[in-house]
Every structure is written in C-alpha cells, then in structure tokens.
Design a binder for this molecule. Structure first.
Ligand code: ZN
Length: 328
C-alpha cells in the first residue's frame, strides 16, 4: 500500500526523534559520568593525545613508536573501563541505546526497510499526531500519585483509597510493559470517568511505542467506526491487516459506542481473533461487570472478565483539576 508524503514525513519524524533521544540520553550519561569520575575525563584527554601521536608516528613511518603508542592507548582504554566499573558504570553507558540496534534508528538496514519499520508504520497509519502528543504528556515519568485521594472508597474500591489502588494499578501497568512480547497479556480497566484509566493507558502505549511496538489505541466509538468501514470495504486497510499488524490493541471507553448487533459481532471478532493469535489487548470501560454482562453477549462478557481486571475509583480527577484552576 503506497504511503502518502505526510505519512512518510511522520515516519521520518519518529525515527529522527528516536535518534535524537538516544544521542541526548548518551550525552547526559556522559556528563554525569564526567562529573562523578573526574579521573575519567583526564584519561579521555590522555587517550585523545596518544591517538594524535599515533597518527603522527605512522605518518613518519616509525613502526616501533607506533606499536608503543598503540599499547599505551589500549592500556588507557582498559584503565577507563575499570574506572567506570568501579564507579558503577559501564562503557556501554557512553554509547547511544538505540530502540533498534539493527538500523540504529534509521529505519533502513542494508538498503532495505528494517524490521522495525512495520510497527512504526502501524503507529502512523492508525493514529494522527494527537496520540504522540498525549503519550508525551501522560507517561510513567509524569505520573503523579499524590493526585489520588487517600480517603477510602467503600462503594467502588471495597474500602481502599484511590491512592492505594492506583499504586497497585501502576505496578501492574509497569509489569505489563516489562513482560510485553513474552506472552499474551489482557487487561480490563473499569471504573467511573476521570479516575485515571485513560492516563494509565497512555503511559502503557507511550512506553511500548518507544520500544518500537505497533500499538493501535482508540476510543470504542472510533474503533467500531473504523472496523465498520473496513468490514464494508470503505477503508484502504482490512480488518485482517489491522489485527495481524497490531502488537497491542487498546480500546478506551468501551460501552460509549452505539449499541448495535453489528458492533457486538465486531467486538466478538476482535476478541476471538486476538485470543487465537495470542495478541495482547487492553480495554477500559465505565461499565461495571454486571453492565458488561447485560450489554454484550455472554461469550464476550465472560472473555472480558477473564482479563486481568484493574479497578479505578475516587473523585473525578478532571473535575478536581478544573476546580483547582478556577480556585486560583
Ligand atoms: Zn530497525
């Protein structure tokens, strides 16, 4: 399927950001090392000086001098390595940690598209740039647990406080990311609006997109509209392509889509296909388990309730932050 210039531009932008991030992080690690191990910088300068002398010696044809310098350079490198290890670092810390080692985040290897190109393409095909902005703002790094209340929530969280529950959910989400790619993992996030479900989905999506996985992340309304377009041949992509190429599918706000038999069967198809292919899925919903059973056929509901379930509760954070702003 031919890509538009805009899509190609977006893909190039993603690779550029990956390269920049890897290089910036390596530079930052180097600065930390230089500050923490002053002797390291001295050895670096010494090594550079010796390299200069080696070039001179080779140019002058003095073989013995060159061999001597070569030995000194190797000895300095070894000293640097030992020094770093003693300080708790390694030589690898100085190198950029590429998302894809094969193509060093260029997207191409040996004149061909690298295997990391496909997931990157999927992330571009099925989303606009809004998702990229969102996962930058709402990530594990920006997650603020103190936003969640400490008052027990009897009704939704069986007497636990939102903060306690969120601490557990956060740990589960981090494990999900850590174990991703080793096994199929499915999660059902349920609870009222504004209690952090979407935020946690953004954290997971962003972390996995950074690792180069193909994520399709949509609200239930968007998802079922797209599935219907695909089913009726109104889209360039097919349901097979979508399912096959998606490492993780996240459907946000299940239950907000129109209640039709077509949507129920598209949901059934989604769940079955992903289950058969051992592909991970995350679904968030405002519906309670009882609502799920009422709204979807038993087969769907019981499959969903087999997912690892994460409860959410407490006050609506969106309202809370809005009232904080008006209080200012
Ligand atoms: Zn690659």
């Amino acid at each position: 399927m031919p890509l538009t210039n805009q899509q190609m531009g977006q893909i190039e932008q993603i690779y550029l950001e990956r390269r920049n991030r890897a290089q910036d992080e390596a530079a930052a690690r180097r600065r930390r090392i230089e500050a923490a191990v002053p002797e390291f910088s001295r050895l670096e300068r010494e090594q550079a000086e010796l390299r200069g002398q080696l070039i001179e010696a080779r140019r002058a044809g003095s073989v013995r001098r060159a061999a001597e310098l070569d030995k000194q350079i190797k000895a300095t490198a070894l000293m640097k390595e030992t020094l770093l290890e003693e300080a708790g670092y390694s030589v690898k810390d100085l190198e950029p940690q590429w998302t894809c080692k094969v193509c060093r985040d260029s997207g191409y290897a040996g004149g061909e598209k690298c295997s990391c190109f496909r997931p990157t393409l999927v992330n571009v095909l099925y989303h606009d740039s809004a998702l990229w902005e969102r996962v930058k703002e709402e990530s594990f790094e920006t997650f603020d647990i103190t936003r969640f209340g400490t008052r027990p929530d009897i009704a939704a969280l069986s007497g636990n406080s939102p903060r306690e529950v969120m601490t557990r959910n956060l740990r589960t989400a981090k494990n999900f990311v850590k174990n991703f790619g080793t096994k199929m993992q499915n999660m059902l996030l349920f609870g009222p609006t504004g209690t952090g479900k979407t935020f946690l989905c953004n954290c997971i999506a962003g972390a996995l997109m950074k690792e180069g996985y193909a994520i399709v992340y949509m609200t239930a309304v968007e998802y079922f509209r797209m599935m219907a377009d695909m089913a009726f041949g109104k889209s360039e992509q097919t349901i097979e392509e979508l399912m096959d190429s998606t490492d993780l599918l996240i459907i946000d706000d299940l239950g907000t889509e129109i209640e039709t038999t077509a949507n129920v069967s598209l949901m059934e198809e989604t769940i079955d296909r992903r289950f058969r292919r051992k592909q991970s899925t995350i679904i968030s919903t405002n519906l309670t388990p009882e609502d799920l059973r009422r709204r979807y056929i038993e087969r769907i509901a019981s499959r969903l309730l087999c997912y690892q379930t994460l409860p959410f509760g407490g006050d609506d954070l969106r309202l809370a932050s809005r009232s904080r702003i008006t209080n200012l």
